[in-house]
Design a protein around this ligand. Structure first.
Ligand code: SF4
Ligand code: SF4
Ligand code: SF4
Length: 206
């Protein structure tokens, strides 16, 4: 287990970004690099800071209030009668805990919700409310599940980004395989092969 893994294991996996990083893992990486202090995670609170201090042999610090205050964990619930199906909450949920489709009612998968609260300001009709998180949901298995859901979502978004980039590159490439985008003349072997095949088809038959 790397140092980043061990730090990440002590973070609550809420993925709320209050620490100033895009989730718990990036904050763990910043701590391990020495780029971030250990007192920027409000969901982890004082107990989390003490665990990080013990692991890293650093002094315990008070939670930095610039990153928020320690408070009881919550869960999101959508007031379904008011939901207009805009999908904005799904787009920001870091652990894929919301299901729904465009113009259809959305709902929160309660067991997967970390209470990060990122969906609340995203909702244009204020139909997401926060309820107390049951104590039995604040445990290691739920944190592990949240970590996995976060990683799966990040991987999916990265794949979608790469796919969009590839599609854009293809659109910018002429049929003879030469790139027309300014400053780039990279070969595209697939398109070159397609162009050769097309040229062959167009050759006059003997
Ligand atoms: S729980 Fe929130 S504040 Fe704490 S490390 Fe994770 S993303 Fe950062
Ligand atoms: S449903 Fe809302 S509060 Fe729950 S994890 Fe998703 S974005 Fe966070
Ligand atoms: S952001 Fe609000 S209105 Fe839009 S789908 Fe989510 S809950 Fe419904």
């Amino acid at each position: 287990m790397t140092l980043v893994d061990r730090i990440d294991a002590l973070l609550p996996q809420t993925q709320c970004e209050q620490c100033g990083y895009h989730g718990c893992r990036p904050y763990a990486e910043a701590i391990a690099r020495g780029d971030a202090p250990i007192n920027q995670c409000p969901p982890g609170g004082e107990a989390g800071i003490e665990k990080l201090a013990a692991l890293l042999q650093r002094p315990v610090l008070p939670l930095n209030p610039e990153h928020g205050i320690e408070k009881p964990r919550t869960l999101a619930r959508i007031v379904e009668a008011d939901c207009i199906g805009c999908t904005k909450c799904i787009q920001v949920c870091p652990v894929d805990a919301i299901v729904g489709a465009s113009k259809l009612m959305h709902t929160v998968i309660t067991d997967d919700c970390t209470g990060c609260e990122l969906c609340v300001p995203a909702c244009p009709v204020d139909c997401i409310v926060l309820l107390p998180m049951p104590l039995e949901q604040i445990d290691a298995p739920h944190a592990d599940a949240a970590r996995t859901h976060f990683q799966q979502r990040e991987a999916r978004l990265e794949r979608q980004h790469l796919q969009r980039e590839a599609e854009l590159a293809v659109r910018k490439t002429t049929v003879d395989g030469s790139a027309v985008e300014a400053g780039t003349h990279q070969r595209n072997p697939v398109l070159e092969a397609l162009a050769r095949a097309k040229a062959k088809q167009q050759e006059p038959k003997p």
